[in-house]
Design a protein around this ligand. Sequence first.
Ligand code: FAD
Length: 340
Amino acid sequence: MSVTFQQDVPLDRYNTFGLPCVARRYAEIITPAQLSELARAGEFGSRSPLILGGGSNLLLPAELDDIVLKISIRGRELIGSDDDHHFVRAGAGENWHDFVRWTLDMGWPGLENLSLIPGTVGAAPVQNIGAYGLEMCERMLMLETVDLRSGARVTMDFDACRFGYRDSLFKHEGAGRFAITAVTFRLPKRWTPLTRYLDVAKELAARGIIDPTPLDVSDAIIAIRLRKLPDPEKIGNAGSFFKNPVVSASLHDALLARFPAIPAHRQFDGSMKLAAGWLIEQAGWKGRDLGPVGMFEGQALVMVNRGGATRLDVQKLAETVQADVLDKFGVRLEIEPVQP
Ligand SMILES: Cc1cc2nc3c(=O)[nH]c(=O)nc-3n(C[C@H](O)[C@H](O)[C@H](O)COP(=O)(O)OP(=O)(O)OC[C@H]3O[C@@H](n4cnc5c(N)ncnc54)[C@H](O)[C@@H]3O)c2cc1C
């Protein structure tokens, strides 16, 4: 099936921050073969297209001159199993949360801690989505892509994806080059709940659940997220706006001496991950606005669009918060959403 391009398409409704943006050329992709065909026809020239999923981790500019490819490749199936795992494959355009709930309904647990994260299956590996003690890469077997330079289909395993904390190959050299078309997950047959996060343990206890099922964990996490995070349908946002900064043990010790309440988690290599939301709150930005954007009153880590914001407004507040946190703590915050 050949691809139909539309001209001057407004993307305001295709990004959860609600930023105004016009795409000069836009196409919806429903098969990997369409991507290969475009690449082989030289459609992209030397420029990388913007690959669009659900738009929940993007800060869009007012105009996009590059081609925008909205990935709507569907399909989900059990493709096999061994003694220890179910192998489940999903098209990149499947809605992430619907996919997670479907795996639970089918009796294949393992992704429940990532319930209610907005967006698509194909975008999940891009920043290696994570929440409540689980990262997507821990459950991924492999993924399928189309190389938009050559049109070739390329399969990648865990190592090839170079996953890190909210990071992967697809945020660096692979950005705009590899369009992810499907992801295969490796879900454990011998399931144990991951409830070491205090919020999850507390929510389950409040529900009187001692021995949770995968659905119980998913339901608890959905309830926590609905309480804590602003609904993008009601107020524009892209979830966590900054990554949690990872600092050396010596910087952490120095900070701890000055700020005894500073929250931190030790990493495998001895470095310490700080809570960006806490730093922002201490810098006085929780619930405070600058122009039409602000740091959310319920969770300082989330920047929200109070109405009519542009990317310039977002950048101005981001820079101001970064400068204040740097000034107070000597720690540089890194923006999490992608800025094409
Ligand atoms: C309320 C809220 C809560 C959130 N909570 C979390 C959370 O708990 N944990 C977390 O990790 N994230 C969270 N996020 C961020 C976001 O939901 C995830 O990053 C999600 O994976 C983005 O999916 P998307 O389809 O919307 O991607 P988009 O925003 O459309 O794209 C994000 C990036 O991925 C690229 N991309 C998209 N699809 C593909 C593809 N098929 N192939 C190659 N590249 C692609 C894009 O080019 C872009 O660079 C949250 C966001 C919101 C709004």
